[in-house]
Write a protein of this length. Structure first.
Length: 230
């Protein structure tokens, strides 16, 4: 079954509603940039020549580390020549797809560091454009940068604020969301497994979730929404 097309209050497809007079309908571009800066994933927009046009905060931080990604002459490079060639080919294919007016499938590339830095997973794809002609310098490719070693973590304090959890409940919930089993979390908190089960049941009740996996998904969504701690 196909998913229904998101629609605005006027009943027209949402992407069409946002495409007409975008400044009038969504004029606060600074607010959009603020929201994108909250994401734990780096976002890089490139023009048809593979030159950087815009990056969010996470991408800026990752590139500033200089390993495995860096910028030279306005273009994104990798520390190894092999990864740089693969990265540029990925961008070229995405831009070619955009020029044909297509979206295409995303491509994935794992870029390895030269030193002690962490790997970066790059997901690249064409930028979908509603207009037929692409202006010079317009974004044609987007890269999403993620760090496999970087775990999303929700602050226990934020969990207490959002869901009314006690310190014991929020500490346990945060550990479960980080990948700990119930017994491991209990050991780290120096409590019995039975006490951990009691705290878990209370956390499930307060968050409106029914299973531990559902609770973890909720907590990770909170972290993704900008309430994260690393």
């Amino acid at each position: 079954m196909s998913m229904p097309t998101p629609r605005s209050a006027a009943g027209v497809p949402l992407h069409e509603a946002l495409s007409h007079e975008p400044r009038a309908r969504f004029g606060d571009v600074l607010a959009l940039g603020f929201v994108l800066d909250l994401l734990p994933v780096g976002i890089v927009l490139l023009d048809g020549y593979g030159r950087l046009g815009w990056t969010n905060r996470r991408a800026q931080e990752r590139i500033a580390e200089g390993d495995p990604l860096l910028v030279r002459d306005g273009r994104l490079l990798a520390r190894s020549h092999r990864d740089t060639l693969a990265l540029h080919r990925l961008v070229e294919r995405a831009c070619a797809t955009a020029r044909r007016g297509e979206v295409g499938e995303p491509e994935v590339l794992v870029v390895s560091p030269a030193g002690a830095g962490g790997r970066v997973v790059v997901v690249g794809r064409a930028v979908e454009r509603l207009e037929a002609a692409v202006a010079a310098g317009a974004a044609q490719a987007v890269l999403f940068l993620s760090d496999p070693e970087h775990q999303l973590r929700a602050s226990p304090q934020r969990l207490r604020q959002l869901f009314g959890l006690t310190p014991a409940e929020s500490d346990l919930t945060a550990l479960l969301a980080s990948g700990c089993s119930l017994s491991t979390a209990a050991d780290q908190l120096a409590i019995t497994t039975e006490s951990a089960r009691t705290y878990l049941k209370r956390a499930l009740s307060k968050t409106g979730t029914r299973r531990q996996a559902e609770l973890v998904r909720l907590v990770l969504s909170v972290a993704t929404a900008g309430a994260s701690e690393t």
